[in-house]
Design a protein around this ligand. Structure first.
Ligand code: FES
Length: 102
């Protein structure tokens, strides 16, 4: 398994506490989304540790494609519903750092 599983194609709102440490599930296999439950064992994935910077609601990624881990960046909108529960990764653009065509 080298692609994460799409846990869902929408973010999940969670209440975070300032200064508290969390472990975000990067593999998509956790039954406790969006947090790690140890299900990544045997995969190439490890959880992403982060510390909440403020109290309050945050929308964490469940599609596992966000560029702003662990927070939703809207990438889920490009994932078809039939990919939920399956391994998925956007095709690499290969030349993402190239200057835009003029
Ligand atoms: S269960 Fe997914 S990273 Fe741990």
């Amino acid at each position: 398994m080298n692609k994460p599983i799409v846990a869902d194609n929408k973010p999940i709102p969670v209440d975070l506490k300032s200064g508290e440490n969390y472990y975000f599930c990067a593999c998509g296999k956790s039954a406790s989304q969006p947090f790690c439950d140890g299900s990544h064992k045997g995969t190439d994935f490890t959880p992403i540790a982060f510390t909440a910077e403020e109290n309050g609601k945050a929308y964490l990624c469940q599609c596992k494609q966000t560029g702003k881990l662990p927070f939703c960046d809207g990438s889920h909108a490009k994932i078809p519903a039939d990919q939920v529960g399956k391994e998925f990764a956007f095709e690499s653009k290969g030349n993402a750092d190239a200057a835009p065509e003029s």
